[in-house]
Ligand binder design. Structure first.
Ligand code: GDP
Length: 533
């Protein structure tokens, strides 16, 4: 084995790359901070947020963030824990969901589903879960906020199994919740980790660990709670599934952890188990077949573009996920779509708002490349044998609006801006099939995408725009194209439009209308995800 090969094997074995999927307020920011705390990346948990709020307004982009008090710029965080190099791809974390949230999952090897113990599964979690399922990602579940009144743990497990079709395997189980939260039982070691309320968990939590059958336990846990716990444990032991790591890796079983991110409780148990069982960077499908992460030829694909973070340069950053080989600063690679050779001279690692130059990266890592308009979502860069990784699909938008240009004299800029923003993946653009209606129809998964488009049209292209909402909430691509559509004739309660590639798309007011059309026209094959062009 060559020296490089050895180096690659070692790097890949130690890498774990994941994203957190959750609904706003479930505690993603808190959990992220606590993971970083254990990873030693910050010493006082809370620093991520503190730093973010101290930050000055340095760009137009951030001005928009500031106005709305949200964080658009998502980050890639890397930290070390017990010899592993962990990449946490932070999905844009706010009420405003965007397509980037979906795309980030294309770059992750594992997902952590964070659930609020009082609320159970919520809408955004379900949507993101669907994307994980499509990719068969291993899913780890962290049920959070046990220090607050919560739903019955068994009921939460049932919900995950019934509604997601994901088999829960309990790794640790809570004893009591809310004011009576006493700790968790770790099934692997058969020990109880006792919970101590301490500040806001600025440091690693102190834990007291006792064997589950230690009589001393009753000094800490009331008899009734302990008995309830033993009964439920018996249910899990007799009715629960066997542990099966392969099934986890196929996305069929989800290991379940209970805890309280705010007080750090259960975070370390989770992290250790996650590192033990998570998938390492694996093979990726490409136009030349499967590419191994330890293949010596460097390759990567673009999964996200971010514009205008630096007002002086109006630059764009292309986030690429390394799939194979070793990235080295200044290396020359082929940009496969254009066939051009480019030098990767300004690669960056982003930590919160700070950028750090990056010299070396391996499969599983994410790097930010300065992008002078060269990259589009889904592009591949590589050395050696040319290959193209499977693109990143477009997901069904859920909100739609006509975008109007009130100043005919700015027609050119308007058209250019819309085209560029569409190419960059900031928004999906569709057009009416009625020639008289020339205004583009914007399609997005979150309101924020509309605002970003209007803001950038104004700031970068100097054009005003107006939105006129359309009362649709579901889009479906017609799999067999225009002919298939002609065959079924007129469809009621449906708007036929074409996407940026001229393919037919149907817009429905709601899922009920969609089901209606599906049952009336069983031959019409409709897809929620656009076929990759
Ligand atoms: P995000 O929107 O998912 O990023 O959620 P945050 O991390 O911002 O958390 C939302 C709120 O829940 C904040 O007020 C947190 O302090 C609180 N929170 C997060 N984790 C816990 C927890 O384990 N226990 C309790 N009691 N509150 C929590």
């Amino acid at each position: 084995m060559s020296q490089l090969q050895q180096e690659l094997e070692q790097a890949v074995n130690l890498r774990r790359t994941f994203a957190i999927i959750s609904h706003p307020d479930a505690g993603k920011t808190t959990l992220t901070e606590k993971l970083l705390l254990y990873g030693g990346a910050i010493h006082l948990a809370g620093a991520v947020k503190a730093r973010a709020s101290q930050r000055h307004v340095t760009s137009d982009w951030m001005e928009l963030e500031q106005q709305r008090g949200i964080s658009i710029t998502s980050t890639v965080l890397q930290f070390n824990y017990q010899g592993c190099c962990v990449n946490l791809l932070d999905t844009p974390g706010h009420k405003d969901f965007s397509e980037d949230t979906y795309r980030t999952l294309a770059a992750a090897d594992n997902a952590v589903m964070l659930v609020d113990a009082a609320k159970g599964l919520e809408t955004q979690t379900r949507k993101l879960f669907e994307v994980c399922r499509m990719r068969s990602l291993p899913i780890f579940t962290f049920i959070n906020k046990l220090d607050r009144p919560a739903r019955e743990p068994l009921e939460l497990l049932d919900e995950i199994e019934k509604e997601l079709g994901l088999i829960p395997y309990v790794m640790n189980y809570p004893i009591g919740t809310g004011d009576r939260f006493k700790g968790v039982y770790d099934r692997a070691s058969k020990t109880i980790h006792l919970f101590k309320r301490s500040g806001h968990g600025q440091r690693e939590a102190e834990v007291q660990i006792l064997p589950a059958d230690d009589p001393q336990i009753l000094d800490y846990i009331d008899q009734d709670l302990y008995e309830k716990f033993l009964e439920e444990l018996e249910v899990l032991d007799t009715l629960g599934p066997e542990w099966d790591e392969q099934a986890l890796h196929r996305g069929e079983i989800t290991p379940i952890f209970f805890g309280s991110a705010m007080t750090n409780f259960g975070v370390e148990l989770f992290l250790k188990s996650f590192l033990e069982h998570a998938l390492k960077p694996g093979v990726h499908d490409s136009s030349i077949g499967e590419v191994s992460p330890v293949d010596e030829e460097f390759s990567a694909f673009v999964f996200k573009l971010q514009a205008n973070m630096d007002p002086k340069h109006r630059d764009r950053i292309a986030f690429v996920r390394v799939c194979s080989g070793k990235f080295e600063k200044d290396m020359a690679v082929t940009h496969v779509r254009s066939g051009k050779s480019i030098r990767l001279s300004h690669a960056q690692k982003l930590f919160g708002q700070d950028r750090e130059a990056i010299d070396i990266a391996y499969a599983g890592d994410v790097i930010g490349l300065n992008n002078p308009g060269m990259f589009a979502i889904g592009d591949t860069i590589c050395i050696g044998k040319k290959r193209q990784y499977a693109g990143i699909p477009c997901f069904s938008p859920e909100i739609f609006a006509y975008l109007r240009n009130p100043n005919p004299s700015k027609f050119k800029q308007f058209r250019k801006g819309v085209a560029e923003l569409q190419e960059e993946g900031a928004i999906q653009i569709m057009y009416s099939v009625d020639e008289a209606k020339r205004d583009p129809i914007l399609g997005a998964v979150g309101q924020l995408q509309f605002e970003v488009v209007q803001f950038r049209l104004q700031n970068e292209y100097g054009v005003e725009s107006q939105l006129e909402s359309l009362a649709f909430s579901v889009a479906r691509w017609v799999e067999d194209g225009w002919e298939a559509l002609d065959e079924v004739g007129r469809l009621f309660n449906t708007l036929v439009v074409k996407d940026s590639l001229g393919r037919p798309v149907l817009l429905f007011k709601n899922t009920w209308n969609l089901s209606q059309i599906e049952s009336d026209h069983p031959k019409l094959r409709l897809k929620a995800i656009a076929p990759i062009a």
